[in-house]
Ligand binder design. Structure first.
Ligand code: ATP
Length: 282
């Protein structure tokens, strides 16, 4: 996990949590599986409306976890809780705990900006800055004052985002001149350049054509070798293809089932999940 930043730690305003607190047994019961993120009794409200109800979830480190469910069930809301992007929405209120490496990200001493360095995000619509490819990828590094070896780090991030080969002769051209799929990989490179531990992706391929989508899917699987990936998708086939774990949210902001992806798609515990998976509603 990570290139040169310390792993397993969340720098807060006045303390550092060094090691993950919680582990759980794998299904085989042999090796302990590290937990990167853990929601405990998490409620989210927008004004008087409750968007998430009492969510408990343990997201394993170094795997792809997909969040699926019908429109409005709270998938994006949950994703935005993880790196406190909901802080930017005035009427949003969060109750309960969201632990990252054992530290509640909603504790008063957590700096959301520092948190977002560890937990990067990629959005539905590619949103490169109107800057060169190089400056897009270098953006987070420069903001952090990590100006040493920027060119090498930019190339490394582009390589990891499976884009370097296509753009290495045009690093000074505008990021906006790339195709949609390339722009999304550029945004992924920008998100991973500062070396986060977790990558949050909100429907990262839904604005792309099938070929660009296939590249992003392949990339997500590769990224999970180094990062914990949490991805919201509307596309159930995509969730089945790329994820290790799947969380099914249903209307009302309830997490109805969370398990290995194979189990969710082949033999879910809940009839409502089966109905959703088989397209009876949603
Ligand atoms: N900024 C906001 N202000 C007020 N209500 C919001 C806001 N964002 C989301 N909501 C409400 O919270 C609920 C959950 O929305 P959210 O976007 O998290 O669902 P979702 O499952 O990601 O939906 P979709 O699949 O359509 O993107 C919805 O009822 C939505 O209207």
């Amino acid at each position: 996990m990570g290139l040169d930043a310390p792993t397993g730690s969340l720098q807060t305003t006045d303390e550092t949590v060094a090691e993950p607190e919680s582990t759980t047994e794998t299904r085989a019961g042999t090796e302990p599986e590290s937990i990167a993120l853990e929601a405990r009794d998490l409620d989210v409200y927008y004004g008087d409306d409750q968007a998430l109800q009492s969510i408990d979830m343990e997201i394993p480190e170094g795997e792809v976890t997909a969040l699926i469910g019908p429109s409005g069930c709270g998938k994006s809301t949950f994703l935005r809780c993880i790196n406190r992007m909901n802080d930017l929405i005035d009427i949003a209120r969060v109750d309960g705990d969201l632990h990252f490496n054992g530290k509640n990200v909603y504790d008063d001493d957590v700096d959301p900006v520092a948190l977002r360095r560890k937990i990067g995000m990629v959005f539905q619509k590619p949103n490169p800055f109107p800057k060169s490819i190089r400056d897009n990828v270098a953006f987070g590094l420069r903001v952090q004052g990590r100006d040493e070896n920027v060119d090498a780090k930019v190339e490394q991030a582009l390589e990891r985002a499976a884009l370097l080969e296509e753009v290495e002769d045009q690093l000074d051209s505008s990021g906006l001149d790339l195709s949609g799929g390339q722009q999304q990989r550029l945004c992924i490179a920008r998100a991973i350049a500062p070396d986060p531990e977790v990558l949050l992706m909100d429907e990262p391929a839904s604005a792309l054509d099938p070929i660009a989508t296939a590249k992003i899917e392949e990339l997500i699987e590769e990224l999970s070798e180094e990062y914990t990936v949490v991805v919201v998708t509307h596309n159930m086939q995509q969730a089945a293809r790329i994820s290790d774990k799947t969380a099914v949210f249903l209307t009302g902001g309830e997490l109805v089932e969370f398990d290995d992806t194979e189990k969710i798609f082949e033999n879910p515990e809940h009839d409502r999940v089966e109905d959703y998976i088989t397209g009876k509603f949603g």
